[in-house]
Ligand binder design. Sequence first.
Ligand SMILES: [Zn+2]
Length: 494
Amino acid sequence: MRKAGTLPQTTTAPANPACVIAAGQRCEHALVDPQLNRSLSAYEQVVRSRFAAIVETLKALSAEQHELDFVPRAQHLARERLGYELPGALLGEAWVSGLDLRALHSYCIFRSFKQCIDQAVSDQASWRERMTLDDEFVRACGYHTLDISPCADGRLQGLLPFVFRMAPAPSIMVKAYAGAMFDVEMDAADWTHRELERLSGGIPDCADGRYLKIAVYHYSTSNPCDQGCAAHGSNDLKATDSALARLNELRAAVENTFGRGAAPDILLVGVDTDIDAIRVHLPDGNGDISPHRFVESASLYHDTLGMTAQAARAHIEAEVDRAENADGWARGHGGVEAGLHRLILRLLENNLSQIEYVIQHHAGRYAVIGHNERFICAGESMSELQLRNKFYFAHLDTVEEGAACMDVGIKIFTGLNINHGLPVPVLVHFHYNGRVPGARERSITRCKRVKAAIESRYPQLHKQGLLHCQMAISDQMGSERCQFIEDDVPVSGH
Ligand SMILES: [Zn+2]
């Protein structure tokens, strides 16, 4: 057994570039919160174990399917290993037509996911309270809303609690799109909505707060040509430029509609999905971003390892200042605005903990640097489960609009599941507002419409039983979370 905090000597994977140290020295940075890392690791174990048990359990069931007392034995095994029972209808016919393992596999994926949603509060209690980038800090930086659009890639699903060390909060929204190519019109509408809330006093203590849009692209330093962003053909430059172009389009959309000065602030962040290090592009005094003006947390970690907390902080600030004043292509007009400057410093410092997390709990670099998602979530995501590679998320209102995201997802799952004979589990999920009459029924109608559209977009998969859609809805404000909706649920008025 290797000691926690030292890199294994025999690994075939390249060492973590952030942790290049002499033999016997430990990667323990003064600005890292080790307690938070332990809590996040325990959380990761709990969540992963709920999914990891599925295949072995199904193999055991498969071996026993012709026993006389199969159904009670199967339910006992499922309760014991998975923590829930299986649908009787899927077990009862096993003696005559064989166990439908594909259907059971999808059912278990959805059911284990629901377990994570139902137990999110207790699962996450130990790390939520240690997060320093919370609602209060965001407000202190002058923002009433952080609107974050990462790529839909499952490797970015742990972005908030892990990579950014950000506590879930009402002021923080996450809308993932393939290649971080968010919908400008929808974002302009969200901006309008939040500004109206602010102006009408609906957001407490934020009379003059601002709106920050963050786009998050990603890349892979160890396998840049294959494991970068699938939506941009693993072309890092294209991923960066495209996300930046969207940010500028959003600024123009709001400014052209509501006048000069109305536009939201923007921030562009890149994530190296091998080691979860970040690259923060620094806006200049006009709020303009250059693909060439940035600071990277991996080199900050490397350069400040062994320093006191105070010295490390001073070094990070100096590096940000240096980048702000860079010349050539990186040149900007003036420094970052004070509130955003503070937020950027916190993001960089927080990410040091995640770099060390990957060093200590994932041997320096993720063992699976590529895709390993369990299912596709289409529609609106639930903020309760945020962990790397748990699901691929396609934010969509209609399948027509979200087609590009769905296609990338299906392509990823062709490699992960279909090529191994397993179906693609797709969770179609939407929120409703329980205070609005009829909203619940309308969200069910919407689920049904999107499910039907997904099935007709991939007719071959659907016909072969390789596409399993489960519908689910959640009340934005209330206690109904990820409630499964079956096909035969009638919808009033339709
Ligand atoms: Zn991507």
